[in-house]
Write a protein that binds this ligand. Structure first.
Ligand SMILES: [Zn+2]
Length: 250
């Protein structure tokens, strides 16, 4: 994409944001790479080093939670990451009344840390840990204060982070929230995700079918003809340019 074409696409996107009555962002791994969190699916990512079936399923956790915690221990290092300018720009858009909600596939909590308030964590989060036996939960802070792996204070079972493993369903509660958020959406920003993991990957089609428009912001475009506006570039850079453009429009 030439510089000029990108400029034009950003101007179109800013205009679309201004006129939209309800805008939602769908984000994926690409928004967190600039915060130093490598895409779990990339060549050096988590799932190239830990077999997803042996380390990323509820079945594996039930069989041998200690072993799955070898992977989870590494995942916990994510909590040291900081939001980047892109996360902050999305929070600013919400503050300006131009963004209704963020639906994220990330479990790192960086949108909330940046100040976004209406966030649906489609694949759960590392902020909470639960006991599979008695369902009691503890916070990330409590887990970080104790020894790993953490265990339930009532029944001594090893705790599972409240993230969605590969063989788990998205919770009904999350589905309901997502449905409500997507109701009457005029504009969907698809950012840093190649939309390969269902059911989150179906969101752009759902919005499109209901008459909404799609803006894609990705390093490598993935939506093809589904996107009305496609902007190629890094999350933080494009969001900085976009917010500047939006602020220019009265
Ligand atoms: Zn318990």
């Amino acid at each position: 994409m030439t510089f000029k074409r990108r400029e034009a696409a950003i101007a179109d996107a800013a205009q679309a944001l201004k006129v939209s009555r309800k805008t939602v962002a769908l984000t994926g791994a690409g928004v967190s790479t600039e915060s130093g969190i490598p895409d779990f699916r990339s060549a050096n990512g988590l799932w190239s080093r830990f077999d997803p079936i042996e380390y990323g399923t509820l079945g594996a956790f039930r069989r041998n939670p200690q072993k799955v915690w070898e992977m989870l221990g590494e995942l916990l290092e994510l909590v040291n990451a900081l939001p980047n300018d892109g996360h902050i720009a999305l929070a600013d858009l919400e503050e300006m009344g131009l963004l209704n909600a963020v639906i994220t596939q990330n479990i790192d909590g960086l949108h909330q840390q940046a100040g976004s308030r209406n966030v649906v964590e489609f694949h759960g989060s590392l902020a909470r840990f639960v006991c599979l036996q008695c369902r009691s939960g503890v916070s990330l802070e409590e887990v970080l204060e104790g020894e790993l792996p953490p265990s339930c204070r009532h029944c001594r079972q090893i705790l599972k982070p409240d993230i969605v493993f590969f063989d788990e369903q998205i919770s009904l509660d999350v589905f309901r929230k997502t449905e409500k958020i997507l109701d009457d959406v005029d504009l969907l920003l698809v950012i840093g995700t190649s939309c390969q993991v269902v059911p989150a990957a179906l969101i752009p089609q759902t919005v499109k079918r209901a008459g909404g428009r799609i803006i894609e912001i990705n390093l490598e475009p993935a939506l093809g003809g589904l996107a009305d506006i496609s902007i190629v570039g890094s999350f933080s850079e494009i969001m900085r340019l976009l917010i500047a453009k939006v602020s220019d429009i009265d």
